[in-house]
Design a protein. Structure first.
Length: 486
């Protein structure tokens, strides 16, 4: 979990007062935040001879269980078990977020073992010693579903012996551990212990833990947390010196961990044009901040183990999410993991309600809908080289984005139209214009402010009906083009 600072948002307060006082309609239709030409066309060129396997770990997630519904049992709760079986995750981070820094694997709960000032986390930890994360339930699910796990180990308190015993215990219980995060966001002092509360202390502990883990299992991949905050580009905090200290020696880790949320005007009554612009081109900010972190360890891959894109529950967020995911898919040589944060909180995939009789009901949010479409197209696929020619919103971010894949021996084209215009799409395969039949399905929105929910455990695509043979991408749409005869 990222470290949030509470503040009085004067802009939000002022706008809310205006809306209440004068009855201003906060759901007015937003004009498109970029200047567009009178018409846009797009041409997609696919080379089926250049391809690479898709990395399913880019569809990884963080999962927490709201105590309101799941009491204090976590994965042990019967409904959590049923939910995960329905969701059938690709990869899960365990444990998720800040709590990994306080997770005692021997008691399956949160603990503090020193007097370091953990600020707002102290009460949540010390008032709920009975809370369990449900490792037994997690193991049971893993035995059945065999999902991948990105592990986060506790550097605040666990000795070398306790760390090695954890590795041995988990492997004896059926987990083939391959990737371990050496703590979570240790650049925030509130998440550290007294032995990790400076960059120098953390580095010393991480080096010793790394050496012991590698001696126990040489194939392990270990990651360290760096911060994108450098006193600019959206943050007044500067962790540059922290990053330099951790990476002065690069031999003790195999990857860098980055947590980047492209969050703008979330919770605001009105989203600004500037925020819409950045959300729709979220890949640009993501790339800039990750490149900064990579400058400290240029040859190390990135584990984006927490991330999200949002300006609130609006279509703009869902389109920006799709844009960022495609950026990750285009850069598989850089990104090994991408764990959305998280399916039951922050940028949630599912709304949960419990009836008076105790029955659980779920609906899928816009975030969840985009994710399910991405899984439907990309999971277990082969990526094909895909080039697009169309209008640019800003440098390095096109108005339309696309990627072709082979899945189940069939070619599928995934495309996102982030604009307010219907866009004709020309398809070319191996330099030949495609003129045959196709099936076109889409998820589309009326405007950037629209929010919709969908039936749980479905792929929310509707087939587009055609009279001609030209593919037309609707405004504000996420598209799947299949049944192609190549």
């Amino acid at each position: 979990m990222s470290y949030y600072f509470k503040r009085i948002n004067l802009k939000s307060w002022f706008l809310t007062c205006l809306i209440s006082l004068f009855g201003i309609n906060s759901s007015f239709t937003q004009s498109y935040p970029f200047e567009l030409p009178d018409s846009i066309i797009a041409s997609i060129s696919v080379n089926t001879k250049i391809h690479e396997p898709f990395n399913n770990k880019l569809l990884s997630v963080n999962i927490d269980w709201p105590a309101k519904y799941y009491k204090k049992e976590g994965y042990n709760h019967p409904q959590a078990q049923a939910f995960i079986k329905e969701f059938n995750p690709v990869s899960i981070r365990w444990p998720q977020g800040v709590w990994a820094n306080f997770y005692d694997w021997e008691v399956d709960g949160r603990r503090r073992y020193d007097d370091n000032n953990n600020r707002e986390f102290i009460e949540a930890i010390e008032k709920h010693p009975e809370l369990e994360y449900g490792f037994d339930g997690f193991k049971k699910l893993h035995d059945e579903l065999n999902f991948d796990v990105l592990w986060t180990f506790n550097l605040n308190y666990d000795s070398i012996d306790k760390t090695i015993n954890r590795l041995r215990d988990r492997e004896a219980k059926g987990f083939n551990i391959s990737h371990i995060e050496l703590g979570n966001e240790q650049f925030w002092k509130s998440q550290t212990g007294s032995r990790t509360n400076t960059a120098e202390k953390y580095t010393e502990v991480a080096q010793s833990i790394s050496q012991a883990l590698k001696a126990e299992k040489s194939t392990l991949k270990l990651g360290i947390p760096l911060s994108w905050r450098r006193g600019a580009d959206g943050s007044s905090f500067n962790h540059d010196d922290y990053n330099k200290t951790l990476t002065a020696d690069t031999s003790y880790f195999d990857a860098i961990i980055v947590h980047r949320y492209v969050h703008l005007d979330r919770g605001e009554p009105i989203v600004s044009d500037a925020s819409y612009q950045e959300i729709l081109t979220s890949r640009v900010q993501l790339q800039k901040d990750v490149n900064y972190c990579r400058s400290f360890a240029p040859n190390k891959p990135v584990w984006l183990s927490e991330w999200g894109v949002s300006c609130g529950k609006y279509a703009a967020s869902y389109l920006g999410m799709a844009d960022a995911y495609l950026y990750l898919f285009e850069n598989q040589d850089v990104y090994e993991y991408a764990n959305w944060f998280q399916i039951n909180g922050t940028n949630i995939f599912f709304n949960t309600k419990q009836s008076a009789t105790g029955e659980f009901n779920y609906t899928t949010t816009g975030f969840g809908a985009v994710y399910e479409i991405l899984r439907d197209v990309f999971q277990n696929s082969t990526l094909l080289e895909t080039k697009i020619s169309t209008h640019q919103l800003v440098p390095d971010s096109d108005a339309l984005i696309s990627r072709a894949v082979v899945k189940d021996e069939k070619i599928i084209v995934f495309a996102v139209n982030k604009t307010s215009q219907s866009v004709p799409l020309k398809l070319k395969f191996n330099n030949k214009i495609y003129k045959k039949s196709f099936k076109h399905e889409s998820l589309k929105f009326k405007n950037l402010e629209e929010d919709r929910t969908f039936e749980f455990n479905t792929i929310p695509l509707i087939e587009e009906k055609y009279k001609g043979k030209t593919i037309i991408l609707p405004p504000y749409s996420i598209n799947k083009i299949s049944n192609l005869k190549i």
